[in-house]
Write a protein that binds this ligand. Structure first.
Ligand code: SF4
Length: 353
């Protein structure tokens, strides 16, 4: 099931008449062609219908298992196939993850995302992973994980443990995808997304710009996302971080205005989704951040690490948000103690929820 052979899903009209899943590739391409000011005006108008235009959602991302991944994603320093000098780190201890989540909560994050460099989780790792979900959840934060492809039973177990979001990106268009990854297919990715949906978890799914793709690939990526039967609740739009040692280390600069255009088109196509500025923000100027927010981006990753690449320091983010009069989205923490009883998330405890 790919861009070229998928029948568009019917418009998603049951819950919200303004949200469509029946966009055509031509409509998406036309949005990209709009004069810049018209595009931004339209995106901003849509944004104001669905969101507070002066609020952004803040997430923190922690790498819970780093490097030694068998996949060959050409942008990724964690692939075992590229010599990037990255130190490999085994799966973290559950308590250490919960401690980091606690710090993130105190720094204002409402969602805690945990990423592991795996093709897919091994069943032997699942007890610890599920304990992390329970532990972070017990802090009242929203939980998100990115662990690679999931089986049906793994998706069910994560949902049962209370995982709110699962991140699994499509990365680019189906056509360009094979230039970037050979070890799993676009359909593999779509199937994992279906599994995540079928067990009731929310979906975080987006892509990476600046990997040498053409505009038609950006059209193809957004068309894929916007014609999923239910739009991803979170749509991360990354800018390639060119890591020495990876095949994409010498890619040309991404055109900043084309990046902003892509954000604006994503906002119009998926009006109720959080569109997130993710990797690559440390190379973006304040002006580019401001334009991206104007175009409808309303979520950022916050913290000193975005998996293994640098992220602008937290205080730089706070200063920028203050300059723009933007506030963090109000905390929606579930009522929870700051120090939950560890028995709730001890992987080996019979008390584990
Ligand atoms: S992006 Fe994920 S799956 Fe691909 S190489 Fe990196 S860690 Fe592995």
């Amino acid at each position: 099931m790919t861009h070229s052979d998928r029948t568009p899903a019917p418009a998603n009209t049951s819950s919200n008449p303004g949200i469509r899943s029946d966009w055509t590739p031509g409509e998406v391409a036309e949005l990209f062609e709009l004069p810049f000011n018209d595009l931004l005006f339209r995106a901003q108008a849509v944004h104001r219908q669905y969101f507070d235009p002066n609020a952004v959602q803040i997430s923190t991302l922690l790498s819970i298992k780093t490097g030694a991944c068998p996949e060959d994603c050409a942008y990724c320093p964690q692939s075992t196939r590229f010599d990037t000098g990255l130190s490999v780190e085994e799966l973290m201890d559950v308590q250490a993850v919960v401690d980091q989540a606690q710090q993130a909560r105190q720094a204002g994050a409402t969602r805690f995302c945990m990423g592991a460099a795996w093709r897919s989780p091994k069943d032997r790792d699942m007890p610890a992973v599920l304990a992390m979900v329970r532990g972070v959840s017990a802090l009242g934060m929203e939980t998100c994980m990115t662990l690679g492809m999931l089986s049906d039973s793994q998706a069910e177990a994560l949902a049962e443990a209370g995982l709110d979001y699962y991140n699994h990106n499509l990365d680019t268009s189906p056509e360009y995808y094979r230039e970037i990854i050979s070890t799993r297919t676009y359909d593999d990715r779509l199937q994992t997304l279906e599994r995540v949906r079928s067990v009731g978890m929310k979906v975080c799914c987006g892509g990476i710009l600046g990997m040498g793709e053409q505009r038609m690939d950006r059209v193809g990526l957004l068309w894929q996302l916007a014609t999923l039967p239910t739009h991803p609740e979170s749509v991360p739009i990354n800018q390639l971080v060119r890591v020495p040692g990876t095949p994409l280390a010498d890619e040309a600069d991404m055109d900043a205005l084309e990046f902003v255009r892509t954000i604006a088109v994503a906002r119009i196509l998926m009006p109720a989704s959080h569109v997130r500025l993710s990797a690559g923000r440390e190379e973006m100027s304040e002006e580019m951040h401001a334009l991206a927010f104007m175009a409808g981006a309303n979520s950022i990753f916050y913290g000193d690490k975005l998996l293994t690449t640098a992220n602008p320091e937290e205080n730089r983010d706070l200063q920028l948000l203050a300059k723009l009069g933007i506030s963090p989205e109000p905390l929606t923490l579930r009522s929870a103690p700051l120090d939950p009883d560890p028995r709730f998330y001890d992987a080996s405890s019979p008390h584990a929820a």
